[in-house]
Structures are given as C-alpha cells and as structure tokens.
Design a protein around this ligand. Structure first.
Ligand SMILES: [Zn+2]
Length: 272
C-alpha cells in the first residue's frame, strides 16, 4: 500500500515536472512568432481608434478627434486656447462673424497640413496665403477628406427681426460622417426645415442664443423632430442673457427621454 502511495506520488511529481517543462520559454527576437507580432500593423479603425472625441474650447469652437484625425471647428480666440491640442488636419468654418472666423487665429495656429473647409463668403475673407488649402463648400455640397464625408447644411434665421443676422445661403452647418457616426454642428441658425429633416444623427451640437439664433424652446422642438441620439447644447451665450440650457434639457427629456442631453463646459472662463 505504502509502495503504491509513493509510486502515485512520484508519478504526480513527474507529471508536474513535465508540465513545468512544457511552459513556453520566453520568445526571443529571432523567434518567428515574435517577429510576426512585431511586424503586424495595428488594426485600423478598431473600437479605440474610431471613438469620436469632442473637446469644447469655447462658445462655438471645438476640437474633434477621430482615428488620428484632428478637426478644428470655428477656431477663434488665438493659438493659446488650442494649447495642448493636436495640430489640425481639417478646419471647418461656419460663418463670417468673429465668433466663428478669426484670420488672426488661423495665422497663429500651425495650419500647414490642414485643409480648410468654408462657405464662399468665408473664403472671400481669408487671405490668399491660405488659398491652396481651401475647399469651398456651399449649402448642399459635400466633400470627402481623410475618409470623413463632410456635408454642408444651410444655417439661417427665420424670425423677421433676426433675418439680418444670418441670411440663407451664406453660412454652413456641417454634418460629419466618420467611422459610422454622424455629427452635426448647427452653426448659427434657427429651427429650419433642413435641420428638422436630418436623419440618423448620433451627436448634434445645437446653438441656442438670443437675439442671434433661437430660443431653447425652438431648439428643443427641432431636436425632438430629428431625434439625434445625443444632443449637445453649444453657442448659448446671448446678449444680454445666457440661454437656459437646463430648461432645454428638461424640454427634450419631457418630449423624448431616449435623447441624451450632454452638457460640456463651453464657457470655461465664466460661471455658467
Ligand atoms: Zn455665432
């Protein structure tokens, strides 16, 4: 019996020892498997890479990152407000006003590798040095750059007293199609039919300020019609009052609790 026990025990050790020996030895550089791992390129567009990141800078100005592409939306405020951001591959400008177009900011930033997408009215105000980089898109046009399809959407006022701020045809809102996602930046507009009829928007950046764009009620009403998955209030500092984005959120949730309202800090210098 004792003999059998020791026999079993030694068998066990032999097995364990054997198991130990079969453990893969650390790979050396010369091993074919290791070499293969080293040369396999990273999978493009994996979940991590294709995640869309939006960084609010201020008011209407944002940085969008996707798949190693960096997009500046309405860069204003000087180069200092973009400190720490990657240099832009694409710059999208919506309109001629100072909170959307700043020639000084374009000149201060490192824009050498950037394509600049603008409506004609903006192109007319940008100095010649930028001409080779400019793609003019007018309302209804679209263009593909770096696997991103950019659609120019109209933006304009509807209220009689506000029509002077943004006449139809001058500025562009933009829809960006990237990595299967659709982002909409409204630019300065009211709840126009072209916004209300948008389809399959994942993230919608919607302006709401008076007297220049629209009320939170109009903004919420339009959002409830085109039903983006997420809505980001932006461009909500008005004159003299800042729009009530909490009310906007309440109105959207009341109408459709499935639409997520995402509040970013668009005014880092202010209390609101
Ligand atoms: Zn504006």
């Amino acid at each position: 019996m004792k003999k059998l026990f020791f026999a079993l025990l030694s068998c066990c050790f032999a097995f364990l020892g054997c198991k130990e020996k079969t453990k893969p030895s650390p790979l050396k550089d010369s091993d074919p498997l290791h070499a293969m791992e080293k040369t396999t390129p990273p999978t493009p567009n994996n979940e991590q890479d294709s995640e869309v990141k939006v960084i609010p800078i201020s008011h209407a100005t944002a940085v969008v990152e996707w798949n190693n592409i960096t997009i500046y939306i309405d860069p204003v405020g000087g180069a200092k407000v973009f400190e720490g951001q990657k240099i832009p591959d694409l710059i999208l400008i919506t309109d001629i006003h100072g909170d959307h177009l700043s020639v000084e900011t374009l000149q201060e930033l490192d824009t050498k590798k950037a394509k600049i997408i603008v409506p004609q009215a903006v192109a007319d105000k940008i100095p010649e040095e930028f001409t080779p980089q400019i793609d003019v898109l007018n309302n209804g046009d679209s263009k593909e750059r770096y696997e991103i399809n950019i659609e120019a959407i109209p933006m304009y006022n509807l209220r009689e007293e506000a029509k002077k701020f943004h006449e139809k045809g001058r500025g562009n809102g933009y829809v960006l199609n990237m990595g299967g996602q659709r982002l909409y930046f409204s630019g300065d507009t009211e709840d126009i039919p072209e916004m209300r009829s948008l389809k399959n928007i994942d993230k919608a950046f919607i302006c709401m300020n008076l007297p220049y764009t629209m009320t939170v009620e109009s903004a919420a009403n339009a959002v409830l019609e085109f039903q983006p998955k997420q809505v980001y209030p932006y461009h909500y500092r008005g004159n003299p009052d800042v729009s009530d984005v909490t009310k906007f959120k309440r109105l959207v949730h009341k109408g459709n609790p499935n639409i997520k309202v995402v509040q970013l800090d668009w005014y880092p210098e202010d209390d609101f």
